[in-house]
Design a protein around this ligand. Sequence first.
Ligand code: PEP
Ligand code: MN
Length: 343
Amino acid sequence: MLIVMDQKAAPEDINGVIAAIEAKGYTARPIPGGDRVAIGILNNQGPVDAALFLALPGVKDAIPVTRPYKLVSREFKPEDTVIQIGDACIGSGGLTIIAGPCAIESESQALTIAEHVKRSGAQLFRGGAFKPRTSPYSFQGLGLEGLKILARVRETTGLPVVTEVMDLETFDLVEHYADVIQIGTRNMQNFSLLRRAGRAKKPVLLKRGMAATIDEWLMAAEYILEGGNSAVILCERGVRTFVHHSRNTLDLSAIPVVRKESHLPIIVDPSHAAGRRDQVIPLSRAAVAVEAHGLMVEVHHDPARALSDGGQSLYPDQFELLCRQVRSIYRILKNRKDDIPQD
Ligand code: PEP
Ligand code: MN
C-alpha cells in the first residue's frame, strides 16, 4: 500500500504515519520525487487495512499496490527515474548510447575502440574485465588489469565506463573502478549479488535473465531498490527460444510493458540478442522505435581477432551508421510524440 500525503501535510503528520506503519510491524519507506510526499508500506504479509491510515492527519489517500514488486512500480512512483552518469541522463526522454567491446583485451584495443565510439556519439564505454563464459577454456577477461584499463579509458576519453560484476568476492573492486556496475543475464537471480548491489554507491545495469519473465526481472530490481540503491537501469538482451537464426530472441514487447509497469529506465542490448553482426543495426532501429531509453552495443575495430563475441561486434563504421540511423528515428518520434496514441 502507498500512503499519499496531502501537499500541505506537516512534518509531524508524516512522522505520525511512519510511526503508525511501524507500530503494525511493517516497514515505512518514504518515496522521494514529485510534488507530494508518499510513504510506501513494505514487509506486510497479506493485505493492509487502509482505514488504519486514512483517518490520520495529513493523509490524502491510501492506494493498494496490486503488483508483487513495489519500489520499482509506477504505482509507488509515477514519475520516470532519471539517472545522470557523466553527460548522459538515462531515462530522461533522451537516447543514451553505450558501446565498446565485449571484453577488455588490452589497453590499445580498449582505447582504439573507445575513440571510435566516442566520435560516433556514444556517451558511455562498455567492456568486460570479468567475463562469464560458457566454457572454462574460453578467455575469462583480464580481471583487475582490465579494470585499470577501463579507468585509463575514462581518463583519456572522459567516457564513464560500464563493466560487469560476477561475484561477491570482486564486488568492491568492480564498484571502485566502474561508473555503472553491470549484472549479467546469468546472475539476474543471484540474490546475494543483488543485495550487495543494493548497498552499492554506483548505478546498476541489470540485464534480463535469459529465461526470466518480466515479473521475475522486476522482482530482481526490487532487491536492489529495497537494499537502498534506486539507480537501476534495466537492459533487455533477448531471451532463449527455439530459433536458430539468432543467438536469442529480442523481446521488444518488454519495452512498452516495462515502461508502463516501472519508472526505471530501460535500454536494449541488440548484440547479445542477435549474436550476429548483420542483425544488430535493424534491431537497434526497432528498439528505439519502441521507445527504449538507450542501447548497449558491442563494437570492435578488429572483430575477427576479438577474444570474445567477435561475430556480433560491429565495425566502427557500422556503429557510426547505427548512431546516425537511430538518432534520426529518435528525432522523428520525439517531434511527433503528440501524434502517437500512447495507449
Ligand atoms: C555482456 O554484456 O558482456 C554479457 C555477457 O551480456 P549478457 O549477460 O547479456 O550475456
Ligand atoms: Mn559479449
